[in-house]
Design a binder for this molecule. Sequence first.
Ligand code: DGL
Length: 258
Amino acid sequence: MEKNAPIGVFDSGVGGISVLRELVKIMPNEDYLYLGDSIHAPYGTKSLEEVRSLTIDNIKKLLEQNAKSIVVACNTATSAAVAVLRQMYPELPIVGIEPAIKPAALDAPGSRVVVMATPMTLRQEKFQKLLGRYKDQAEIVSLPCPGLMEFVERGELKSEALEKYLTELLWTVSDKQIDSIVLGCTHYPFVEKMIKKVAGENVKIFYGGYGTAKEMQRRLKEAELLTERTGKGTVQFLNSRDTEEERKLCEFLLHTEL
Ligand code: DGL
């Protein structure tokens, strides 16, 4: 593996760009290859086998393009496939993302934490184990959000339809006060403003993007794979939906002020 090769970042669609933003912030000299599989999205409502096989195929594509490490910037793909990927590529630095329950639970012991994620992420044993670890610290409520990532895939970040969707969704867990919300899918930070508008401005939001980026930085340093380049690196977008519109959406999500 070469130090100056790109870091591969993968998601089922454009959501992982919320992690890419954190990576670029803390490692601006690196080159990035971002692969979104928008044509097969959403992953969160597919079967475990399907998600696993799609994820493996996509990681292979990034490795064919010489990626020196992989960020699985998708909670769903991480929960379904990261263990298999680590077995397949024991030498490769691979970092996944999981819902930021730990910081949310430790931030305010005894509080009520709502975890928004895809149905698949919430069903997996990996998530159940995570829940088990923090269930005595806070009241943790799982909230599957089928249909939410599609708004982001369409670039629809503040429409009336989105507000209606979120109002109906959050209503189902509003029998008691919500103290914090964990964004357990990488698409959701792009609609954070709308989530706050609906849930209330006092609700604290937690997201694992920064921690994931820091972990990749640590892993690269440990493997002596950080770039030696001193100038600004590049970001190249690849998407299974290979259209001009898709590329524009990716650029927009990378650069827009959230
Ligand atoms: N961005 C993905 C995640 O973090 C998944 C959305 C999907 O494909 O359903 O879970």
